[in-house]
Design a protein around this ligand. Structure first.
Ligand code: SF4
Length: 301
């Protein structure tokens, strides 16, 4: 029996489902019940009947799944897979800004720790940030933790005072304009797809900007068969699966998230077998951190 067969058997026996982010290793994406971005997976987590949810991603994703499914057992494939950006904001700064602006709304990218969610008014993802922030009835918005997504939002919503924080995703932020210009020179006919966690100069030189799910869908609507892909390389598995005859080019600098790659089949098997790496959240924290997530789901309908 192969390791994959053992995982599938165990999954059935334990009434578990496997949720995987587009950035994890492709051998996990192949056997996951659902693969998607943070927003999609949080909605799946909300509607499942399974007893156990096994999350292949990073810690904040497992926390979101637990917040939305408090009575279910949520296990992280690897509880050392963390997102460095998720904690790049200061609670003191939030408190200080709340004193300065009466109407302040703290908008928290879903890629954030439980502690930051507890201090926020509404969560957003890269798919719904523009829609949700436009609908808020406050002028002053503090966007945490990602400055690049925050700047993208600020440039697209002119009638609000969007205050930026200095957090960033090391994987997307490190991509330089030189990397992109070299690629464009090499593949002049290719359409450039970029994630909004990239720096501004990358985004203004790209053709399509959006979340992983948005970029994957966008390929279907574009009359081209060549694409430069500027996000974590795990997305290539889904792109090549859906569009086998198209060509996808990546920068020389490998966009690889070491934390996402900590999710392996061996870890997945052990986690499921021992039901370890359970996400535990106390009920008080749950009440506070669930509020912005529920707000997001309400606005995003
Ligand atoms: S790719 Fe960036 S934002 Fe996503 S988990 Fe890795 S470090 Fe965090």
């Amino acid at each position: 029996m192969t390791l994959v067969d053992k995982i599938l058997e165990l999954k059935k026996k334990k009434n578990a489902i496997i949720l995987a982010h587009y950035y994890v290793n492709e051998d996990i994406q192949k056997i996951a019940d659902f693969v998607g971005d943070s927003f999609y997976l949080s909605k799946i987590a909300l509607n499942t009947d399974a007893r156990i949810i096994v999350f292949a991603g990073v810690k904040f994703m497992g926390e979101s799944a637990k917040l939305l499914n408090y009575d279910k057992k949520v296990l992280l494939v690897n509880n050392e897979a963390l997102c460095p950006m998720a904690e790049m904001a200061s609670i003191n700064k939030i408190k200080q800004l709340r004193k300065e602006y009466d109407d302040l709304k703290v908008v928290c990218y879903i890629n954030s720790t439980l502690e930051l969610k507890k201090e926020s008014d509404v969560c957003v993802t890269s798919s719904n940030a523009l829609k949700i922030i436009s609908s808020l009835n406050s002028k002053n918005i503090y966007f945490i933790p990602d400055q690049n997504l925050g700047r993208y939002v600020k440039e697209n919503i002119k009638d609000k005072n969007i205050i930026l924080n200095d957090g960033y995703c090391p994987i997307h932020n490190r991509l330089s304009i030189d990397n992109l210009l070299k690629l464009k020179a090499k593949y002049p006919k290719a359409t450039v797809l970029a994630h909004p966690e990239c720096q501004k100069e990358i985004l203004v030189n790209s053709d399509v900007v959006g979340s992983t799910a948005y970029l994957i869908e966008a390929v279907k609507t574009i009359k081209n068969d060549e694409f430069i892909v500027l996000t974590e390389e795990g997305i290539l598995y889904e792109l090549k699966k859906r569009y086998p005859n198209y060509r996808f080019y990546e920068p020389d600098y490998r966009m690889l998230c070491g934390d996402m790659k900590k999710n392996t089949l061996v870890e997945l098997y052990d986690t499921l077998l021992e039901e370890k790496n359970e996400v535990i959240i106390n009920s008080l924290d749950r009440i506070k951190a669930l509020k912005p997530l529920e707000e997001m789901l309400k606005y995003a309908k």
